[in-house]
Design a protein around this ligand. Structure first.
Ligand code: GLC
Length: 719
């Protein structure tokens, strides 16, 4: 339909039909809602009726071509104006083929492969009938106690912005309207959900607008600049007002300043939750504030349906606001071609063809290899082909490697580490669990010790259970479960080389394993092909290349610890450890155990010959910084060369360094490549105290290296 037809359709809709478009409910409610008796339990308590279900304009969480076709057919039969349903779901790191969790994907620094993973997820979802994914989640994070760090790409606004764009490109493609095997993307959670106090999920977020704009908003904006169709409001307050009712954030920044004209959807019940926040007396006030803020779709609560009619009747809400919201919804349905083809990409035959197909599994394998980060290696890895191996730990033979938000991915489909190792090192491999995730029996321990005594090398497979991260998975103690550390102690006494493989959804406090192991491989939740990828990394068929995108603290007591921190007025001088009155702890280093950008390889890279084309530049000019990187090891490897810049003095204090570029390059043994970065004035801009986003003349340092800590540096001026 064209715009006129859409506008005409809107004029034909009754107020009740319009408001029904603003409600989204889960699929299970749509099954068997012939009468209100079907709505029982929590939904009935929430005030959801069968009538609301039947009329609501979009569905959350249903997939399967046949199911969606059937529901759409049934819905349209009862729809007076033939307005089709939108089907939305959480396709966050894969649909049936599950990729590593997004925090792992971020550690690949491979934007193309990230885009490809989203494209594959979109294809599998679209043929299964889904129209919209609630992804990418681009919340900047600095607190690994928060369970949802697994869902984002990390602590840097620049890198998160690049991944946000890549994911949106992958989900939506270049012509969403023409390509029935793509999804509309919904960037979330707007805004700054990752800054919840104490890393406690849904907790208060409070920061200056300057901080919000400098660090937390860029990635959402990047997703929208890439054409992202939807935005999801976050649960948290922003400057004291819940995002779902925050006019300044939603109408002021998102709509007026950024010009976003797409759909804004609440998070699950986040409109009604304004009551619990203390920002609305009741559902009616919640509906009022959310509609004033411009939230178009209410997820899972009926505040709009129950109260907008009277808010309009009383004149507190103008019906034009409802029309705006409905128009945005009709426009997305039209863009997806649903008026012409309400079933869009839903295709049972195609579903059978593409879901979990070999091509998709190969991509998941590639990303699992590239997302793994070698954190330590005293020459224990790769494993020697003829060595006898004892694979020990709760993840030795376990299916729980998909991580949170694994959509319709089946754990039983995942390639387990033990299975993959047995396929690769037949004959000289024994496996034993040694303990459960958080329990241990004497028999488990004894079997593990027996296996270890017979082996040349011990491979530990330890980690968090997937439910220990994800939504609602905040932890105050981010160490490995006690029994797993006890297992390490017992095995360490045998005096054999130990390689530890860590499965987790967050940076951990690695006390009890990092020092004890001779090698540590961080594999996150690696997805459907995780076991195969890890096994190939362990035996050296693949070479680790991942680089951390979130700092690993020494302990939870250091949190928040992140690389782009400020110097303070009393910076600690590491060479003067006796100084008391400086910014430091008396019981811990200031630096993280492992910094942003860190990761090892089975080969070695040397940096030299840092050169900068000049010592000063004007805003109209640029400088070129170059460095030579040599593979001084014995095998081919991928190095991620990183560029950081520091503004020595600003109108507000500026971080010690900020990532401004990176280049991934593959080097053969002995090969040297020159890497060049162009330094331009736009890289030097920042939000001033009056929120102007500009650069200032002055002195700068640039740093180039393999991570945010071990760098070569040079100086230049902006004049
Ligand atoms: C959840 C999450 C959000 C998700 C939504 C729908 O509570 O916060 O990320 O998209 O509900 O499942």
């Amino acid at each position: 339909m064209d715009q006129k037809q859409i506008n005409d359709l809107l004029t034909k809709m009754t107020l009740e039909e319009k408001i029904s478009q603003l409600l989204q409910l889960t699929a299970n409610l749509h099954e068997g809602t012939e009468d209100q008796s079907q709505i029982t339990g929590p939904m009935e308590e929430m005030g959801i009726t069968g009538e609301m279900v039947r009329a609501s304009g979009s569905v959350l969480g249903l997939s399967g071509a046949a199911s969606i076709i059937a529901l759409q057919q049934d819905y349209l039969k009862k729809s007076r104006l033939g307005i089709p349903l939108l089907f939305m779901a959480d396709v966050v790191h894969g649909f049936k083929t599950i990729f590593p969790i997004p925090l792992a994907i971020g550690c690949s620094w491979d934007l193309e492969l990230a885009e490809k993973s989203a494209e594959i997820a979109a294809r599998e979802s679209a043929v299964s009938g889904i129209h919209v994914t609630f992804a990418p989640m681009v919340d900047l994070v600095r607190d690994p106690r928060w369970g949802r760090v697994m869902e984002t790409t990390g602590e840097d606004p620049y890198l998160n912005s690049l991944f946000a764009r890549a994911f949106v490109r992958g989900y939506q493609g270049s012509e969403l309207a023409e390509d029935n095997e793509r999804l509309a993307a919904c960037v979330k959670h707007f805004a700054a959900y990752g800054a919840a106090e104490g890393g406690r999920d849904y907790n208060t977020v409070d920061m200056s607008e300057r901080q919000l704009r400098e660090y937390y908003l860029p990635a959402y904006k990047a997703a929208l600049d890439e054409g992202c169709e939807m935005v999801m409001a976050s649960f948290n307050t922003v400057d004291g007002i819940p995002a779902s009712g925050n006019e300044k954030l939603m109408r002021g920044i998102l709509r007026d300043e950024w010009g976003f004209e797409g759909i804004l959807i609440s998070d699950w019940a986040s409109i009604r939750e304004m009551i619990a926040h203390g920002a609305a007396e009741d559902d009616c006030e919640a509906a009022y504030r959310a509609m004033r803020a411009g939230v178009d779709i209410e997820m899972m609560t009926p505040c709009y349906v129950q109260h907008l009619p009277q808010l309009i009747e009383s004149g507190r809400i103008d019906e034009s606001l409802i029309d705006e919201a409905v128009l945005r919804i009709l426009q997305l349905k039209n863009k997806l071609g649903l008026f012409e083809n309400p079933f869009r990409g839903a295709d049972p035959e195609r579903e059978r063809e593409v879901l979990f197909c070999d091509e998709h599994r190969r991509a998941a394998y590639d990303l699992a290899v590239k997302s793994s980060v070698l954190l330590k290696n005293n020459s224990v890895l790769p494993l020697q082909p003829d060595s006898s191996i004892a694979l020990i730990g709760p993840f030795a033979d376990h299916e729980d490697i998909l991580g949170w938000w694994s959509c319709v991915g089946a754990k039983e489909d995942a390639v387990q580490l033990g299975t993959a190792m047995r396929e690769r090192v037949s004959g000289n491999l024994t496996t034993a669990s040694g303990c459960g995730f958080d329990t241990m029996t004497a028999e488990q321990l004894e079997k593990a010790l027996e296996a270890a005594r017979e082996a040349d090398v011990i491979v530990l497979a330890l980690g968090e259970e997937s439910t220990m991260s994800g939504e609602g998975g905040s932890r105050t103690d981010i160490t490995l479960p006690e029994v797993q550390l006890e297992l390490v102690k017992h095995l360490k006494k045998l005096g054999k080389p130990i390689a530890a493989v860590i499965f987790n959804g967050r940076p951990l406090d690695l006390h009890g394993v990092f020092d004890e192991a001779d090698a540590v491989l961080e594999v996150w939740f690696p997805g459907s092909e995780g076991g195969a990828a890890i096994a190939d990394l362990l035996i050296g068929r693949a070479n680790p290349s991942g680089r951390l995108t979130m700092s690993f603290p020494h302990s939870a007591g250091q949190i928040p610890v992140y690389y782009n921190a400020f110097n303070t007025g009393r910076p600690m001088d590491p060479s003067k450890t006796g100084e008391r009155y400086v910014s430091k702890y008396i019981d811990s280093p200031n630096e993280p155990l492992l910094p942003f950008g860190y990761g090892l390889s089975y080969t070695c890279f040397e940096y030299g010959g840092l050169h900068i084309s000049g010592s000063e530049m004007t805003a109209e000019q640029h400088l070129t910084a170059s460095v030579e990187v040599t593979n001084t090891g014995t095998r081919t490897g991928i190095e991620t060369v990183q560029l950081y810049i520091r503004d020595i003095t600003g109108e507000v204090v500026r971080p010690l360094r900020e990532l401004k570029g990176f280049q991934r390059l593959e080097l053969q043994p002995g090969e040297t490549k020159m890497v060049e970065f162009s330094i331009s004035e736009d890289m030097l801009r920042y939000h001033h105290s009056d929120l102007r986003f500009t650069s200032d003349p002055g002195s700068f340092q640039l740093f180039i290296g393999p991570n945010s800590r071990d760098t070569l540096q040079a100086a230049f001026k902006l004049i």
